[in-house]
Design a protein around this ligand. Structure first.
Ligand SMILES: C[S@@+](CC[C@H](N)C(=O)[O-])C[C@H]1O[C@@H](n2cnc3c(N)ncnc32)[C@H](O)[C@@H]1O
Length: 264
């Protein structure tokens, strides 16, 4: 393996645009810092993709869920993009992390970070190019924690998609999705068509947006989760757009430590 110096790494990161995940490679050097000191990058210069730095939020979640760390725990990230969440789970000493995404572009980034990140170990993490719907063809085993972020509303059959991930989850699943709010039918879903080729979209063209948290509550209960807490909820009434993050646990009372609206 060739060891790249700072300049070579920076030039490779520029070349590998667009980036969605800002990930530290080592002290004072992250995929976001290559673009600006504030780790911001205008969407126009990033193929219409937003560069995000969600490490702190993820660490807060993991610290609350697993106060002893993630040793002996496994983590699955569905649609892992640049792999950020797997690397941060590894910082918490995760025993095994698997990240998959349907696009080679993102998995190339994740593997590039895996090779060049010296801030923390990057072993015990496996990345694969894969469509969510092909996951049942593989034997991944089960996972204590599953991330299902930014994927629900890119699927032609999101209930089947979420069930695939839920069936592999033994403890907690984190569902983060966009909403198309419809107060007249909050338990429904709204059909949308999307590009098959934009790097942040799905690949099946047909997609469904949940109309409210009620839709997701009912689906998660049907999937067998016994405790549900809203971690984040944003709505913009003018555009009927919303975003929600729900933590779903297999065991009743598992999320008692979490501040947030209970959906049970
Ligand atoms: C909005 S981004 C979310 C990325 C990441 N999960 C996060 O929350 O930061 C959507 C991601 O889903 C991936 N994706 C879309 N459809 C997929 C599918 N059917 N199977 C696996 N990945 C998919 C895209 O390639 C893209 O990386």
């Amino acid at each position: 393996m060739t060891v790249l110096n700072r300049e070579e790494l920076a030039s490779k990161i520029l070349e590998m645009r667009p980036w969605h995940h800002d990930i530290e490679l080592f002290d004072d050097f992250s995929t976001g810092l290559v673009f600006s000191e504030t780790r911001k990058l205008p969407k126009e210069e990033n193929d219409d993709v937003t560069l995000i730095s969600p490490r702190k939020k993820f660490m807060r979640q993991v610290n609350a869920l697993f106060p002893e760390g993630m040793a002996n725990k496994s983590f699955l990230d569905c649609a892992c993009n640049g792999g950020g969440y797997c690397f941060w789970a590894r910082e918490k000493d995760v025993e095994r992390a698997v990240g998959f995404d349907v696009r080679e572009h993102w998995i190339e980034q994740a593997k590039f970070v895996q090779e060049n990140r010296t801030a923390f170990p990057t072993d015990r993490i496996e990345f694969q190019v894969m469509d969510l719907y092909d996951v049942p063809k593989h034997d991944f085993g089960t996972f204590d924690m599953t991330y299902f972020s930014g994927l629900f509303y890119h699927l032609p059959d999101p209930v089947t998609g979420l069930k695939i991930a839920a069936d592999l989850t033994t403890d907690v699943l984190v569902l983060n999705t966009a909403l198309l709010l419809d107060p007249d039918n909050p338990r429904g879903m709204t059909l949308a068509m999307e590009s098959r080729t934009k790097v942040m979209s799905g690949v099946h063209e047909l997609a469904w947006f949940p109309n409210g948290k009620e839709t997701l509550r009912d689906i998660l209960l049907w999937l067998g989760f016994k405790d549900l807490k809203v971690g984040m909820f944003n709505e913009s009434n003018a555009r009927k757009r919303g975003r929600i993050e729900i933590l779903a646990a297999r065991e009743a009372g598992r999320l008692d430590n979490f501040v947030g609206e209970s959906l049970i």
